[in-house]
Write a protein that binds this ligand. Structure first.
Ligand SMILES: C[S@@+](CC[C@H](N)C(=O)[O-])C[C@H]1O[C@@H](n2cnc3c(N)ncnc32)[C@H](O)[C@@H]1O
Length: 227
């Protein structure tokens, strides 16, 4: 069994940090750029796509499989329209520690101040809903996706697990059934992956799926809709 806590910070091609897990030689993000991957794959193709299709929506619930560095939560916060509030729930089995998150360069890369700050996302308590501003609530669940109840009512899901090669158990139909059941109809799920096992599991759970262009360095990615 790989030790997911043996890891180090690396710099990706767009200058943003990521974390590399030594035992599996796999990083948390694309080596072509963590920041660009988060902006494109999750925020543009996930959150903003949902909001474009549902212009009357002014409060959304986002669920993230693998909270990790908190980058996707931070970029979502920076990119959300002013009139939209977010309840962001992220599950994480191996939380990133203070000695790691305090070194990540994401706050420096942001073009603007945010409320809450990047550090606030990490400092706040786990396993309860934290109001971090008038328009941002954060719920960090410590545990595995297999065993932890994840709540319901999500309109957007970021599925950001390690690859099916490394953790095939996280790409099985039962996982996607659990996520599907937690989502509202019309909800959107996005992931950087376009692997066969992922597409088959999504289909088995009942998602309608489309393959779209991936972030830099990836030919395609998958977006699923709960129809
Ligand atoms: C590809 S990384 C993505 C991290 C995060 N989205 C980010 O941007 O930093 C996958 C994440 O899933 C977490 N993870 C691994 N196994 C898990 C499990 N069974 N349940 C929940 N999280 C898990 C890892 O610790 C890691 O943080």
């Amino acid at each position: 069994m790989a030790d997911f806590n043996k890891r180090k910070i690396i710099v990706t091609e767009d200058g943003s940090h990521s974390i590399l897990v030594d035992d599996i030689n796999e990083a948390y993000h694309s080596d072509r750029g963590s920041w660009q991957e988060s902006v494109y794959t999750y925020v543009t193709e996930g959150m903003l796509t949902y909001l474009r299709k549902n212009p009357a929506s002014n409060h959304i619930k986002i669920f993230e499989m693998g909270f990790g560095t908190g980058l996707n939560a931070f970029v979502s916060l920076l990119s959300k329209p002013e009139n939209v509030s977010i309840h962001y729930c992220g599950i994480e089995a191996y939380p990133v520690g203070q000695e790691e998150y305090s070194k990540l360069n994401y706050a420096a890369l942001a073009q603007k101040e945010s409320q809450p700050s990047f550090l606030d996302l990490h400092i706040c308590e786990w396993n309860s809903i934290q109001k971090l501003s008038d328009s941002f609530w954060l719920e960090k669940l410590e545990g595995t996706i297999q065993e932890t109840p994840i709540g319901s009512g999500y309109q957007v899901v970021y599925f950001d697990a390690f690859s099916p090669r490394t953790q095939p158990e996280l790409w099985q139909p039962a996982i996607f059934q659990k996520v599907y059941d937690s989502m509202d109809y019309g909800g959107v799920l996005v992931s950087y992956s376009a692997a066969g096992i992922f597409k088959r599991s999504m289909q088995a759970a009942g998602f309608w799926m489309e393959e779209i262009r991936g972030a830099r360095g990836k030919r395609e990615m998958v977006r699923g809709i709960k129809m």
